[in-house]
Ligand binder design. Structure first.
Ligand SMILES: Cc1cc2nc3c(=O)[nH]c(=O)nc-3n(C[C@H](O)[C@H](O)[C@H](O)COP(=O)(O)OP(=O)(O)OC[C@H]3O[C@@H](n4cnc5c(N)ncnc54)[C@H](O)[C@@H]3O)c2cc1C
Length: 401
């Protein structure tokens, strides 16, 4: 693996950094105070500037109007955007839309691409991904209650989902529902496009997370599908392939998330160092003169560096050898980087004292947003189990042990 950054990539990253510095970071406080929906006109202005600057859709191939970056390059971009919770949204590479764009590109019919992908790529609409259910373990997505039953030319969908992120304000959901209950458990569910103005779709609430229900893009919804009828033409990919497609969607998605987390780590680290240098415990005795704070700074530096290299190596392996070959690396970065992320945020908060848990710095928002990092896209424990089982197989312990 070549660790050098090509001059054109370095130049591109500088342009992303400049846009973040000049246009995105200055908005953070106002958006946090006003809420996401009320801030949409302002965010739209920034999105237009991003478009004009040729920085729109960094994760998408040129054929579909994106920058055509490799996963390694997009990983580097994702770190730059990750320093603010608004970053990915402003460049139209935010979850869950980025994953949904990928699915539509890979599996959408021409008609589905025209109706849903094109406006998504243009940033005219948003979408959500509706898989997890309150009454079934999200960590085992082969077991779910939501069904899609054929009736004439339609599917009739029934079920309850939650943590359908960003459903508020979205135009459509990609819903995972059981279409083939008699098939083996990996082939029972399908992915189906459901426009959110379909009768029978109900947005129950935005789930409050650590006291914050959020709104619009910045929310996680509980939703219900009650006799929700959509044409069978809304099926995405083959029937029964829902689980397989979801797995494909998560591979590159984990690189995006992990590099975004490293962006958060770097921002938190910078805030921690500034505070350590500026906050005096006594005249001429800044916090940074204390050994324990120095240790936190050194440990954080080493951990962030290690995390970045691990993620870029996983991205490089996906680019060169494919998703399947990189399964172990993908699981390793998912739990490893999530742990470092939370540790670095926590140290930064500690160095800030009471200020650290206020909303006067972005640290509390980072903590609230990202405690879920150890849970979504596969909890730590599942990824550790996947890695250990693969390793132990080489030592003669079978998959079923
Ligand atoms: C911020 C956030 C955003 C999300 N966005 C979306 C979204 O847009 N769409 C969507 O469909 N879902 C979304 N989710 C849901 C997410 O995918 C699930 O929370 C996740 O899959 C875990 O499922 P669960 O919450 O039901 O936990 P459970 O499956 O009930 O697991 C609970 C805990 O049990 C432990 N555990 C689980 N399996 C094992 C095992 N095999 N061995 C040992 N321990 C285990 C883990 O500690 C785990 O945290 C989101 C979640 C969060 C936190």
């Amino acid at each position: 693996m070549d660790f050098s950054t090509a001059p054109e990539t370095a130049e591109l990253l500088a342009r992303f950094r400049e846009m973040m510095q000049n246009e995105v970071l200055p908005l953070e406080k106002d958006v946090a105070a006003a809420g996401f929906r009320a801030s949409l006109p302002t965010l739209q202005t920034v999105r237009r500037k991003v478009h004009e600057a040729g920085l729109w859709l960094p994760q998408i191939s040129k054929e579909y109007g994106g920058l055509g970056l490799s996963l390694v390059e997009h990983g580097m971009v994702s770190e730059v955007l990750g320093q603010s919770t608004l970053g990915h949204y402003c460049f139209n590479c935010q979850a869950p839309d980025a994953g949904n764009m990928e699915i539509l590109i890979e599996h959408g019919t021409d008609e589905q691409k025209k109706q849903w992908l094109e406006p998504l790529l243009a940033g005219e609409i948003r979408s959500c991904f509706s898989m997890t259910e309150p009454d079934r373990p999200g960590s085992n997505p082969t077991w779910m209650d939501t069904t899609a039953t054929k009736d004439g030319d339609d599917y009739v969908i029934n079920g309850r989902k939650w943590f359908t992120s960003s459903a508020a304000g979205a135009r459509f959901a990609i819903v995972m529902a059981v279409t083939n209950p008699e098939a083996d458990r990996h082939s029972q569910a399908s992915q189906i496009i459901v426009p959110l103005d379909t009768p029978g779709f109900r947005h129950v609430r935005n789930v409050s997370i650590m006291g914050h229900a959020g709104d619009d893009y910045d929310s996680h919804a509980e939703v219900v599908y009650e006799d929700c009828r959509v044409p069978q033409a809304n099926l995405l990919g083959p029937e029964g392939a829902g689980f397989l497609i979801a797995q494909q969607r998560l591979g590159p998605g984990r690189i995006h998330h992990c590099m975004r987390w490293i962006g958060i780590c770097e921002r938190s680290f910078d805030l921690m160092c500034r505070r350590a240098a500026e906050r005096e415990l006594a005249p001429d005795k800044p916090l940074g003169t204390r050994q324990i704070v120095q240790a936190w700074i050194a440990e954080s530096r080493a951990e962030i560096n290690a995390a970045r290299l691990m993620v870029l190596q996983a991205a490089w392996k996906i680019d060169h050898e494919g998703l399947y070959e990189a399964r172990e690396e993908i699981s390793c970065i998912k739990f490893f980087v999530a742990d470092i992320l939370l540790r670095v945020i926590d140290r930064a908060i500690q160095v800030h004292g009471a200020l650290g848990i206020t909303d006067d710095t972005p640290l509390a928002t980072f903590l609230r947003h990202e405690r879920g990092a150890r849970i979504y896209d596969g909890p730590d424990e599942v990824h550790k189990m996947v890695v250990a089982k693969r390793i132990l197989r080489k030592y003669g312990i079978g998959a079923g042990s």
